[in-house]
Write a protein that binds this ligand. Structure first.
Ligand SMILES: [Zn+2]
Ligand SMILES: [Zn+2]
Length: 153
């Protein structure tokens, strides 16, 4: 294994698991051990390191998430260059596109399809037809929307 990656694994709180992820409240990185033998896996690991080094915390609005992801990928590329790990630009683009797609789906009004405003972390409201809906927040699952009646008064 890449010596610099070994150092990172020892330096930070890293746990083997089934996903690459970063938990901001415990500052713990989860990684898939067998994928650390592949360039894409190393890139995914460095991406989580980037979130940690940038001190990223939870976000409230979806637009913030995209900004956070772009920033994390910028640092990921820098780290990868330093470690001479191959950068797969397509993989990075795919990741950002999937977030973009997820965000657009959540914001599309279930009644009229208009692009709507996020009111709180999981509530959206449409300007066009006054429809309100709640969304689930799992990024790795299908987007689900539940319409609810707007409180009168
Ligand atoms: Zn990320
Ligand atoms: Zn609408």
């Amino acid at each position: 294994m890449n010596q610099k990656i070994k150092k990172l694994l020892a330096k930070y709180r890293c746990l083997p698991g089934k996903v690459f992820s970063y938990n901001a409240s415990t500052k713990t990185i989860t990684y898939i051990p067998e994928l650390l033998e592949t360039d894409d896996g190393l890139l995914a690991f460095l991406h989580e390191i980037a979130h940690l080094q940038l001190n990223h915390f939870s976000y409230k609005y979806d637009v913030e998430l995209l900004g956070i992801e772009v920033e994390a990928w910028e640092l990921t590329k820098k780290l990868a260059q330093e470690m001479k790990i191959k950068i797969n630009e397509n993989h990075i683009r795919e990741c950002l596109r999937s977030y973009d797609c997820w965000i657009s789906k959540r914001a599309a009004c279930p009644k009229c399809g208009a692009y709507s405003l996020q009111r709180t972390q999981n509530v959206f409201g449409c300007f066009v037809c006054d429809c309100y809906w709640k969304v689930n927040d799992r990024k790795d699952r299908e987007v689900r929307k539940k319409i609810f009646p707007k409180k009168s008064g």
